[in-house]
Design a protein around this ligand. Structure first.
Ligand code: PRP
Ligand code: ZN
Ligand code: MG
Length: 225
């Protein structure tokens, strides 16, 4: 059973960060019994429960104190923070550490056959994205009048499907853009995975456990340098 005395860490269930998150926990000495399809995994050697959820849900779970810690891409964190700020709800977290995996960039892209384009091309266009807040802020900053089409997945097929003129999506290796005949434009945000903590966490035992794990995390990060 899980209870409130155990430190709760949210990680991505299936996706780009999952494997690295599991490896990191192992390197920190957290022994887990990770069985497929389980939402919660209990550590067998520390008072820690690991919740495996959708990456988009991680910032909110930590902001609301449902989880004490979370490992999430800065891209998702920035997007959720902007959305919550707009709604006037709690959007702060304590950033404990940047992590050395999950690097990607949020970039604009459009059909390759259109060739190179500059910012003015986006005027009046529709841009599909999973990051409407970050994209809207960028468009505002650049003075571009374009509309956003929110898609939670398959963003890269939107132009071909006639849902949008261009996209704003994460690029890691570039393989997805290439496979879909898209040309990469401006980078709007660069992102890494990071470790976040609920900003109101006060439980002394949990804080002591975090204090025990942080030097280990620094050791793991230094060993990689
Ligand atoms: C991102 C993005 C692309 C892919 C790009 O998805 O949406 O699908 O990665 O990577 P590539 O440049 O190496 O081909 P992500 O893995 O973050 O999953 P999600 O969109 O389901 O959260
Ligand atoms: Zn996602
Ligand atoms: Mg994707």
């Amino acid at each position: 059973m899980s209870n409130n005395n155990r430190l709760r860490i949210a990680i991505q269930k299936g996706g780009r960060l999952s494997k690295d998150c599991q490896d990191l926990l192992k390197q920190l000495g957290v022994k887990l019994n990770l069985r497929e399809q389980r939402l919660i995994a209990h550590s067998t050697n520390m008072p820690i429960d690991v919740l495996r959820v959708r990456d988009d849900d991680i910032p909110g779970l930590v902001m609301d104190g449902v989880c004490d810690l979370g490992i999430v891409g800065e891209n998702v964190l920035v997007e959720v923070q902007a959305e919550r700020q707009r709604q006037g709800v709690q959007s702060e977290v304590t950033k404990l550490s940047k992590l050395d995996f999950g690097y990607c960039r949020l970039a604009l892209a459009w059909p390759q056959e259109l060739g190179k384009q500059d910012k003015s091309w986006f005027e009046g266009k529709r841009i599909a994205t999973t990051y409407p807040e970050i994209l809207t802020q960028y468009l505002k900053r650049e003075g571009i009048n374009a509309s956003t089409v929110m898609l939670t997945g398959s963003v890269e097929v939107a132009p071909r499907a006639g849902l949008a003129d261009a996209i704003c999506d994460l690029v890691s290796t570039g393989a997805t853009l290439e496979a879909n005949g898209l040309m990469q434009g401006d980078t709007i945000l660069e992102s890494n995975a990071c470790l976040i903590q609920n900003k109101d966490l006060q439980d002394a035992n949990k804080l002591a456990l975090i204090n025990k794990l942080m030097p280990r995390l620094r050791g793991v990060r230094q060993a990689k340098e």
